[in-house]
Ligand binder design. Structure first.
Ligand code: NAP
Length: 283
């Protein structure tokens, strides 16, 4: 088994982002990301802190709106204000959201040109229609990894396990746009292992530790593990049982150190793209 190093890919993306941010600054634009945080969830706070650190390192200003306990109306009104603020180029709304509030609803209050994590359903619709759009950074990270690893996608059999709006669906659409033959699996899929074994590219985004193992993976497959699960002893593990693939001729993104760092780097790339005046063709 070959492990694909997400840190190396993230470093290459980040270095281009840092360069672009510096050139924007030279032309008088400070690329700026605003993150609305309507939760006091510990994992979420950790992610926001690490994003803010990475942004600072890349020369991107990061503003955090801590809105613990905010109502749906308050979150939407804050997102409206940020969408109209010319000094803000990218906007994210951090999850988990308050009980009963859905990202697809509040996401509609993020202007599509600033929707750097693809939370506005318009962005997903534009992606489905083949138009320029920001896609969720995690789904974009899956494709970035496959491209950087020179994995042939045109005509390849790709299987995506998971059909969420933030990962599975956009990843499937991006693979389709690369001319892969895409199968999307979910909780009602029959004979999951057999379907997965057909895959030359297998993307797993379920949210269950060790959900995918040897029985799901064909020799030669490239496996992208999107899952992030905390174990009872505080470790972070993916959805793929890495040890079961040890002796197979396959490639795998590890967790941690695979999709995660590339996701952060791509989110920041989206911010500099949103800050670049040449991108006026987005919705
Ligand atoms: N690395 C990153 O940057 C990053 C970012 C986002 C998410 N994640 C991680 O990625 C994982 C997935 O996230 P998500 O937001 O997409 O999760 P989600 O919204 O809970 O979706 C999980 C998907 O898995 C499917 N599923 C559940 N049980 C299944 C089964 N037995 N067989 C086949 N499919 C099954 C579900 O099917 P149904 O639709 O039928 O219910 C659903 O489509 C999580 O671990 C999350 O933490 C990582």
């Amino acid at each position: 088994m070959k492990l694909i190093d997400g840190q190396v890919i993230a470093a290459a993306v980040s270095s281009a982002v840092t360069e672009k941010a510096a050139s924007l600054k030279n032309s008088g634009v400070t690329p700026t990301l605003s993150i609305v945080v309507p939760t006091d969830d510990e994992g979420s706070a950790w992610y926001v802190r690490s994003l803010a650190r990475a942004a600072k390192k890349a020369g991107i200003e990061c503003r955090i709106d801590q809105m613990t306990g905010a109502s749906r109306a308050e979150i939407e009104s804050r997102l409206d204000v940020l969408s109209a603020d010319p000094s803000v180029h990218g906007i994210m709304c951090q999850t988990p959201l308050p009980h009963g509030v859905v990202l697809g609803d509040v996401g509609q209050h993020i202007g599509p040109r600033k929707d750097v994590d693809g939370a506005n359903p318009l962005s997903l619709g534009r992606l489905a229609a083949g138009l320029a759009a920001f896609v969720p950074a995690t789904a974009a990270a899956v494709l970035e990894i496959l491209h950087r690893e020179n994995v042939p996608l045109a005509g390849a059999r790709a299987v995506v396990v998971g059909r969420s709006t933030v990962v599975g669906k956009p990843a499937a659409l991006l693979l389709l746009a690369e001319h892969a033959t895409v199968t999307v699996c979910h909780s009602r899929t029959k004979d999951l292992a057999e379907v997965c074994r057909q895959a030359e590219v297998l993307v797993v985004a379920v949210g269950r530790p060790a959900f995918v193992g040897k029985a799901h993976v064909a020799p030669g497959a490239v496996v992208v593990d999107v899952g992030t699960n905390s174990t009872s002893d505080g470790r972070l593990v993916g959805d793929v049982d890495q040890s079961s693939l040890q002796d197979l001729p396959v490639s795998l993104t590890p967790v941690p150190g695979g999709v995660g760092p590339v996701t952060t780097a791509l989110l920041l790339r989206h911010v500099v793209e949103a800050a670049a005046p040449s991108l006026k063709d987005r919705a």
